[in-house]
Design a protein around this ligand. Sequence first.
Ligand SMILES: NC(=O)c1ccc[n+]([C@@H]2O[C@H](COP(=O)([O-])OP(=O)(O)OC[C@H]3O[C@@H](n4cnc5c(N)ncnc54)[C@H](O)[C@@H]3O)[C@@H](O)[C@H]2O)c1
Length: 360
Amino acid sequence: LNSLRVKLGERSYDIISGNRIFAEFGNLCRAMKLGERVMIITNPTIGRFYLGTLKESLVNHGYKVVDLEIPDGEEYKNLATLKLIYDALVDARLDRSSFLVALGGGVVGDITGFAAATYLRGLSYVQVPTTLLAQVDSSVGGKTGINHEKGKNLIGAFYQPKMVLIDVSTLDTLPEREYISGLAEVVKYGIVCDTGYFHFLDENVDNLLKRDKSCLETIINRSCELKASVVSRDEREAGLRAILNFGHTIGHAIESLTEYKKYLHGEAVAIGMAQAAKISEKLGYSSGDDTRKIVSLLEKLGLPVDLPRFDMELYLKAINHDKKVKDGGIIFVLNNGIGAFSLEKITDLDSLLKTCRIGG
Ligand SMILES: NC(=O)c1ccc[n+]([C@@H]2O[C@H](COP(=O)([O-])OP(=O)(O)OC[C@H]3O[C@@H](n4cnc5c(N)ncnc54)[C@H](O)[C@@H]3O)[C@@H](O)[C@H]2O)c1
């Protein structure tokens, strides 16, 4: 088992990862001194594969376990599903000493975390992420929440889990497109945080595409290490944590303009990162060679890089709706070469996008 500490004072916790480790879960929960009663929240797609093993491990260690399956899909990360969870918690009479387990991707993780943050003013929860995106990104850092019909993630809380347990073998059943999309967030860490890591990814494209277990363990550990280090220094996104939004300003605009139908999150972020790389080059933060390396790695992994064709006005409108716009400018994350970042307030994004756009 690999273990990595997210250092957040009294809210610190471990990320434990390995291959086929679900049988250890009950034991680890005991070591954490988590309460006697637990609800596992998952969805039918994931539950079919992994609920049995995870539940058995808890039962074997004396826990009283109930489970709840919520519908599968981003469109269910909403108030109606949250109510289903609250109802089930009340029915099962879970109390303050009980804990929740989020078994699934970012959708299950975000909504379960928010239920844990709010039910009885807060109970403990554990993240058991099963998508690559959740394993390298969403399960770490304590952002929880749900969507509002007018916008994504508008309702939520910062609320840290007690533990994150990552079993890389769950990626065996993850659909190809979801897997590749998750790789975009992995590449992101290389571009803005770690040159050596970027080169490791570039040299391991084949292993990544094969889902080689040892390569997967390496990227999950390194990505979590980088995210944990950023989150430890800036839990509530006062500044530094914003660097993890590299590629996301344009990515979110693409998702919203295509009504969340055409691209998965990571795919839109990949396009956003390719554009951000171009903009960084234009502003003198990086070279043409850096941009080519970034775009080429994304393409080798099978990620899209071309900006879909929409009126620039529409892009600007979508970007202005974003939470990150302040006083007429956007705090934009740029890559400083490869492996470092700069934050800059940009007021003329439209002209930059016009001169920089890749493809489309
Ligand atoms: N909290 C954060 O910091 C943070 C960060 C990034 C994204 N997010 C959120 O994460 C969500 C997206 O998460 P996601 O990409 O994991 O999508 P997801 O949770 O919708 O999962 C994608 C699909 O894969 C299925 N699936 C999951 N694990 C599987 C497995 N092992 N085998 C087979 N199928 C499996 C799911 O049922 C679903 O159909 C968004 O709501 C986004 O807002 C949160």
